[in-house]
Every structure is written in C-alpha cells, then in structure tokens.
Design a protein. Sequence first.
Lengths: 180, 495
Amino acid sequence: MVEDKLLMWRFKRGSGDALARIYEKYKGYLLTLASALLIDVNSAEDIVHDFFVSFAQSADRLRLDGNLRGYLATCVANRARDRIRARQRHPIGLDQASSMCSHVKGPELSAVYGEELDRLTRAIDQLPNEQWEVVALRIKGRMKFRQIAKLQNSSVKTVQSRYRYGLQKLRLILNSEVEK
Amino acid sequence: MRRAADIERLIDKINVVPGAEMDQRTLGDALTAHNESRKQQRPESRPRIGRIIMKSRMTRFAAAAAVVAAVAFGTWLVNSGTTEVYGMDDVVRFVNQAETLYVKGSYFAEPGLVVGETGEPLPFDYQYDFENDRYRRTRASLDLSEGKIIETTEVFDGEYIMTIQSGKSGASVSFTRLTQFQSRLLMLTLRKSHLLGDLGQGVLAHIVDSVRVGDEDVEGTHFDIWECEYRLPHPTKEAYAKIQSWISPHTGELGKVVVWDKQDGEQWQWRQEVEQFERDAKIEDDIFATDPPVGSKLHSTKETAQTIELGGTGMSPLDETQYRLLMKIHIAFTLGDGSVIVCWRSRLATESSQAEYFQGLETGGDLPNLPLVIDALTTMPEIEGLRYIGYHLAYTKKADRYYEWSLYVPDDDPPARSAIFGYEALQTYNTIDDVDATYNNNRIYGDLAIETADEFDAWVLGAMAELSEDGIVPEGLTHEKVIRLAKELRGSVAR
C-alpha cells in the first residue's frame, strides 16, 4: 500500500521507472482479469496494452485517492466491457481456449486446464454478461462487492445476487455436462 | 457433483502470464507515450479569467457573488438543504479560530540534494493544540553530510521544547525552555506561517487572495479548487510560489493543499502537498508529553535547558565575543499605518558598557550613535525610492545588554504588507575598529502585524518587557501615541 502510494507519487511527477514498476507489479493480475472477462487472451493483451499507454499519458491529470490495484482493475474492466459491447458474442473456439491455457505455468497442467477451461468457457458463454462480470471481478479481480457495485452502477445487493446466480448457473451447466 | 466452491476454485485457476513480446510492446509503447506527454505538459497554462476580474475590490465582490450564486444554485439542485457556500476567506478564518489542528503531508527536497536519481517525498506530521499552547511536529529532512534522511520531532508542552533527532547512533534529545511570552509568540507565529507545512511568513495573507479556478469530485465529495501566486523572498533570484487549495463549498473543510514554486522563469515545480488537514479534532494529551524516549542520548535535560533570548543569536554571551562587531535584529512589528518598529542591538566586543550611547535620547529623535546603526529600511523586493526613515522610540536594558527600539516611518505611501516579503536594514558603520569578524543579519522577514491597541499591548509591550530588567516597559508608550508620532514624523519626511 505504501509502495503503491510512493509509486504513484513518482509516476505523477514523471518517473518512467515508476511506470515500469507499476506495469511489472500488475501486468499479470490485469491480463488475467481481462482474459477472464473477455475469455480471449489476445483481446485481453490489446486491452491491457491500450490501457497502459493511456495511463502513461495521463500522469498529470490523475487523481488517485483509493487503492491503486482497484483503480487499475476498474479501468481494465471498463475497457473489457466496452469491447464486449462493441463486438458480437461468439462462442470461442478451441484455439482461443488453448491460447488461454498455454500461458498457465506447468505444461503438465495444460492438458487438464485445457479441457476444464474449454467447458468453462462454453458455460460462461451462456451466462448473462453482468453475472459473469461480477464473478470474474470477484474471483480474479479480488474486488469487493461494493467496488463492483460502483463499477456496474448497481446496488451491492444486486451485485451479490448476480454473483450467486452466476455461480449457480455455471454449476448447473457444468454438472449437466459431466453427467453427459 | 460440483459445488459452488468447486466452481470458484476452477475459475481461480485461470492465470495468464504475459509473454516477453507483450511486455516489450506494452511497456515500450507506454514509456514512449509517457515521455511524449511530459514534453507537452504546460502546468501553468490555465484560464486567467478568474485572476483578471479579481484585481479590484469591487469586481472581486461582484465575482465572488457570481461564484456564490452559481455554487449555491448547484447546491440547491443536489438537495443539500443549505445555500451556504464556503470559500477561501472562510478557511483562513477557521484556521485562525481553530483550537487544534492536524496537518499531514509531504514535501520534495531540492533534486540536487538527494542521494539517488530522483528525489523522494519527505513526510511531515504536525499536531497543534492552540488552546493549551502545545504542539508536536515531526519532519523528515536530508542530512547532507551523511547522505541520508533523518527525522526530527519537536514537542512543546507549553514551557519546554523537546527536540528528538534520529541519527546514525540512535535518537538524541535536547531541551529548550521558553518564557511565557515566547511561548505565546511561538504559537502565534506557527499559526500564521507554518500551518500548511512551513510555507513561511505571511502565507495566510497570500492564500486569502486565492481565486477559484476549478472544481473536482473526490470520492463523492465535491471540492472547489482555489489558487494564489505570490513572490517568495530570495536574496538573488525571482522566486514565486503557487498554492492550490481544495475546499468543500458545503462544509468549508480543506481537503488538500498543493504548493508549487519556480525560480527565474523556469517551470513550476511541485514542492509540497498537505494530504490531511483536520480542524478541532481531539488530540490525546500524551502526544505532547516531553519525556525523552527510552535509550535516547540526552544533550540536555529540563533542568539544564537554556532559555534563549527573544530573537537572539542562540549563542552564549561567551560565544558571541568571537565577533568583534555584532548587530542583531531581535523582533519587528509592522503597524497598521505602514510604519515599522524594530528592536535591535549593536555592540563591539571591546565595549564594557553602552550606557553612554543611550543618554539624552528623545522619543521621535535621533537614533543612538551605536557602532553600527540601522538608519533606514527598504522593502524586499525594493520599491524604487521608498525609504523608511529611522527614529528613536525607546530602549530597554537587560543584564548588560541594551536594546534599541526604533520607529521607521515611510517617506512615501507604503505598500500593503502582503505585497512585500520583508525589509532590509540600511546601515551605517560608526566604528573605526577592524570589522572583519562581524555578526550582522540585516533582513527582516518575520515581523508581526499590529492593527489594534490590544495587539500593541500584547506583543510590542510584551516584547519590550521580555527584553527588560524585571519586565518593566518604557513609560508612556501606547499604540495611539506611536501612531500619532509616526504621522507627525511622516509629515516631516514626506517627499
């Protein structure tokens, strides 16, 4: 927390080193979050890239009073949402699912992750966008319901319901696939 | 059968690690964009409309009314239930009336003075209890000799100042004792000049002239942004400060203060930021306890604490003798009519007594013919042709020291005190002795403003009593008499 404050202070005053440090510290977190939201690593990389370029240009205008990680996650989530709205949702193909798996550490896990992730992505595709967004932000973004509510411009109760229903639906879909 | 927890664990397994190619592309493009945007920054370019319309009192009132109307309307729209709007005047008033204050922030030391590539912010944390004349101030600074950051804490309990300094070999502690007058004067000085993080004398006088330049919502709270610019005292350079203050128009609370400065036409540099400012919050008594930390090295104790002479050199009388000629300005006051009272002393190390200099002096007459005489004052920055001509007002004596209290009267219309940052003493040497070893500070920055008879009695006469045997002040000196005298003298010096 203290490190983040000092990084932001240095970044706002023109330190390229601070910008690089912020990127190194949060790149994995943001890329994972964006990938989870978009179910597409390539699009996630684009979003994270575009965000950091914009972030780098806005140093003098930034006013950050809360948590840096929360701020970064919110910005990336907003961009992911814009991307989802702009494109037509298509079920992702096996090649995209495997692109998500290929970055997972440990080659021995990718086979397992590949199958599971494949099923997961199909299940996610059947979820309303708002529900999956809450689930992804909660689990991968480590965001509080209050933060997600602010991002979605909804009440905390609504967000909690979306989370519960989202997990419920995923469970039903995945369990029915297993039974098949 | 999968449970919800299983689903959460599955989702949690998603973990994407950026490849080297993405790193290179993203970080490379971001750093390029960052460098480009820095080249294009014009921090001082902002609309000047607010400043232009604030030049005269009439337009200031009209503009303020317009701002108040606009903000009040906005306030009504958001249904706050009140149309009261607070501005910078109110903030200064609140600060002056506050019984306790907590100020926390950071400042940026000169880049050339830090170790490493870039400077880092140095924190400060100040707690003031004006009701009981107490404070606790902690400030980080750079120790140039050791090339590291040291922390100094000063705790004042109303009588003793305990100074704790961190160092290579642990904490060291020293004590200074203040008289009652010095204690009151210190708290007054702190309230006037140090509340926003040691911004120097007269900062509140400048900040009250701020104009509203924008607004910003921060975590759901709306703030107006107020800004002022003023010249800083610097012996050789043209230096300016700019202060931006975030003020809630609904509560008058100060959210944040940022200070910039620049020299000789260079770019504005961020210098300081107050991040937290709390008024009249409860401060626990033990914050102001002056018990030395366990294990600290004691340079002095309360029992051995020295009381420093009001406005003195800080040296012992013996140490002062190393200077063959010494001139010291102890304290100064600017009266409401622009005339200035200065207390000063001047002596040669070889003199055994100065009684002769002060015989036959008359109030409003010539100054004593001391080894070095302050004949007149000029303003800083200097106003062409303006001089404050010196006349004897009174003298006091304490132990073997004689203090001259002189009245300096402007020979033309004086500027407002807020328009200058001090005075320079113009001196005449009357000694034929070798003056190589001289102690002479001829600049006045910290003069107190005296507007009323009560203030004159409290501070001018109080200072005279402080520098006098048994606290006895010269007879017949009142605010009214001094103002009348100044008026008569002005009539004789006016150009």
